[in-house]
Design a protein around this ligand. Structure first.
Ligand SMILES: Cc1ncc(COP(=O)(O)O)c(C=O)c1O
Length: 446
């Protein structure tokens, strides 16, 4: 029997790639409506260039892993297969490995969370937990309230589920309670249903600020009063430079908060292990949603992390990360003071990022191609707003480059800013924000 070529699909008149000899997408008319929000942008291409060694990238949010004890970790990896290979290479529980869930409780105890292993759902990074929570709660057009600015990867998820994101102001002490109250009141008055409040209370990505202790119960009280669930995303909470972790929002309120944690920044992102802690009924839905997405998180990764936690000094590793990132923060802040005094910035006391306000009239997105030409990269503030505003800010990361590279990067950036200011003085302000923005994180800008 000879095989016949299958007929080409009908594609509502769109030229097919072979017919037109182009790379036009023959499936353009077939995509689900929700994919319309999944846009990439022109700056994604720039980040490919930004990864070249001659460019100092202050853009990426990748942890610096060189200090990891690779010898010990290779023994861990070998023992996972040698001692527990048949389990590690098999499917596992949709909710995650029981032993790891117990160990996660020890990690969270540092932030005063008390929970039961049954409350924990292991996920493929906290990014998957963001996806699951949004899938479980958000119908198209539902409101998600999020800080202004917010983590670009969360905004990408909200957009993919066709949420309507309403931003609430933050200041140097995190989310502003009065602004939250005002926003929730206005939404309620307009008859809009707010599904949850998304917040990164510690060492915020991108703003670098933390929610002040006295504001934590206030935020929860306001959310409770308006019947709004809180989604607490906390990958950086243990990475404070000069202080112990503050109590998580979840430690004040077990019923009103879904907490997300991750091993990506306190250990390594490569195993892709994160988790959610949720009220009982929510947790059941998250497990069902996760099973439908991935059946179960990787057993091999979970057992490797579990064995790392039980055989290596993970607390010592977190301490050495804190010291290393503090030194890099210091290099960043002193370089900004020296080279860019006309800008202003947050001084983070933990985490990976500082949030820089550019001098009047400058547009961080317009300026980016010139910065990359000058061999320095950053993420324009527009990436962190749902509506494409924020062009007067940029996020600078100090996690990955060495202190010397950070100083060199800021020096180059200062040259670009000064050239840009001259242009603005000569020709007036640049292009300004549009909605054609970064809407999904480039792979290297978590
Ligand atoms: C605020 C925030 N949430 C979630 C994530 C996702 O982390 P992961 O999926 O690696 O746990 C990141 C990564 O940078 C982040 O900054």
């Amino acid at each position: 029997m000879t095989s016949q070529p299958l007929p080409r699909p009908e594609t509502s008149g769109t030229p097919t790639s072979s017919a037109a000899g182009t790379r036009l997408d023959p499936w353009l008319g077939s995509y689900a409506e929700r994919t319309h929000g999944m846009r990439s942008s022109e700056i994604r291409a720039l980040f490919a260039v930004a990864n070249r060694p001659e460019v100092v990238s202050l853009a990426g949010g990748m942890p610096f892993l060189d200090g990891l004890p690779l010898d010990a970790l290779s023994q861990v990896a070998a023992s996972v297969v040698a001692e527990r290979g048949l389990q590690a290479l098999q499917y596992g529980s949709g909710q995650g490995d029981q032993t790891l869930r117990e160990q996660i409780l020890e990690v969270m105890a540092l932030e005063q969370i008390t929970a039961h292993p049954d409350d924990v759902v292991v996920t493929t990074g906290s990014q998957q937990a963001l996806d699951l929570v949004t899938r479980v709660f958000v119908d198209p057009g539902d409101v998600v309230v999020a800080e202004a600015p917010s983590y670009v990867g969360a905004l990408g998820v909200f957009r993919a589920y066709q949420a309507d994101v309403v931003h609430v102001a933050i200041d140097e002490h995190g989310l502003v309670p009065a602004a939250l109250e005002e926003t929730l009141a206005a939404l309620a008055a307009a008859g809009r249903r707010t599904k949850f409040l998304y917040t990164v209370p510690n060492f915020h990505n991108p703003a670098g600020v933390s929610l002040a202790l006295e504001r934590r119960p206030q935020i929860l009280e306001i959310a409770r009063r308006y019947g709004v669930l809180v989604l607490e995303d906390n990958p950086y909470g243990l990475l404070g430079f000069d202080r112990d972790p503050w109590p998580a929002l979840r430690s004040y309120d077990e019923d009103g908060v879904i907490y997300l944690g991750s091993f990506s920044k306190t250990f390594a992102p490569g195993y892709r292990v994160g988790w959610a802690v949720a009220p009982h009924a929510v947790r059941e839905k998250l497990v069902l949603a996760s099973e439908s997405a991935i059946l179960c998180p990787s057993n091999a990764s979970q057992i490797a992390i579990s064995s790392y936690l039980s055989t290596c000094d993970w607390r010592g590793q977190v301490k050495s990360y804190r010291e290393m990132y503090r030194e890099r923060r210091d290099a960043m802040i002193s370089a900004l003071s020296e080279h860019l005094p006309e800008a202003s910035w947050t001084v983070p006391d933990g985490g990976f990022y500082t949030w820089v306000r550019l001098p009047e009239g400058l547009d961080a997105r317009d300026m980016l191609p010139r910065a990359v030409t000058a061999r320095v990269a950053y993420v324009p503030g527009t990436a962190f707003y749902y509506d494409g505003t924020g062009a007067d800010h940029m996020r600078l990361s100090f996690c990955y480059p060495t202190p010397e590279r950070i100083r060199e990067g800021v020096r180059r950036l200062a040259g670009v800013v000064s050239g840009e200011r001259e242009l603005v003085e000569l020709f007036g302000t640049g292009g300004g924000a549009s909605d054609d923005d970064v809407v999904s994180p480039a792979p290297n800008i978590p």
